[in-house]
Write a protein that binds this ligand. Structure first.
Ligand SMILES: Nc1ncnc2c1ncn2[C@@H]1O[C@H](COP(=O)(O)OP(=O)(O)OP(=O)(O)O)[C@@H](O)[C@H]1O
Length: 226
């Protein structure tokens, strides 16, 4: 389905999304628009469906009703292969638990998306990203040799390796102490800004949410605010 909005100004739009899990209705009429380069926080009580909503935006799950429009196209009807290709090239994902490949060094983790996309890694670009997130002196270390904050910095660099227009982050600072969380969020926001990448971040932290341009609250099965 084509959408009349210009592609570059409105990469992501969610229309009247409904989702039930385990027989319970999580949300029934969730809509939002995300402009290019915009940063949006999604807050809400535990169990309200924030992660599920993010998974729908990533094409990792499908909704019961409503549409997820990606650059004007409804991804709800895409095949698993199309979804995977979109995620690889256009959507960076960052999770609370980092999910780095344990047998690859920090540099190799950041180069991995190039290999998965059948491309030669742009080594200079990957090094620039590792510098940008503040781990340039640890690029030969394996994840087990990095702190939690350092692992998340590498995961952010990996998510941005192919310069996606959208980054989806689920509690990216949830495992970090307050100072570390502040620093990693600074890195995340700076890196998104430098790359012109829009960000949707799920968080429990009002403090973290307050640093993004907009905040929406998933409450009583709807998205409210901002
Ligand atoms: N596969 C599943 N089958 C059944 N119920 C599920 C499944 N996945 C999640 N749920 C339930 O759906 C609800 C929403 O989960 P979700 O992880 O989206 O919430 P959340 O707002 O991100 O929560 P939190 O803030 O605690 O991470 C929860 O009650 C959860 O137990």
């Amino acid at each position: 389905m084509q959408h009349p909005q210009p592609l570059n100004n409105l990469p992501l739009e969610v229309q009247h999304l409904g989702k039930s899990l385990g027989g319970a209705q999580l949300f029934s009429d969730v809509s939002l628009q995300l402009q290019a380069g915009e940063t949006l926080a999604v807050v809400g009580e535990s169990g309200s469906g924030k992660s599920t909503l993010l998974h729908l935006m990533a094409g990792l799950d499908s909704a019961d009703s409503g549409d997820v429009l990606w650059q004007g196209e409804n991804i709800q009807h895409w095949s698993a292969n199309q979804q995977a290709a979109r995620r690889l090239e256009h959507v960076g994902l960052v999770f609370q638990a980092y999910y780095l490949m344990p047998h690859l060094t920090a540099r190799q983790n950041v180069e991995l998306p190039f290999l998965l996309a059948g491309k030669t890694p742009d080594e200079a670009h990957c090094m620039r990203l590792l510098e940008l997130v503040g781990v340039a002196d640890k690029t030969s270390r394996y994840p087990r040799e990095l702190s939690g904050g350092e692992q998340q910095r590498v995961a952010i660099a990996r998510a941005l390796a192919l310069t996606p227009p959208l980054l989806l982050a689920d509690e990216p600072t949830g495992n970090l102490d307050e100072d570390n969380a502040d620093n990693v969020l600074t890195v995340l926001l700076d890196a998104c800004k430098q790359q012109g990448c829009a960000l949707v971040m799920v968080t429990h932290s009002e403090r973290a949410a307050g640093r993004l341009q907009r905040k929406l609250n998933l409450t009583q099965h709807r998205l409210a605010g901002g």
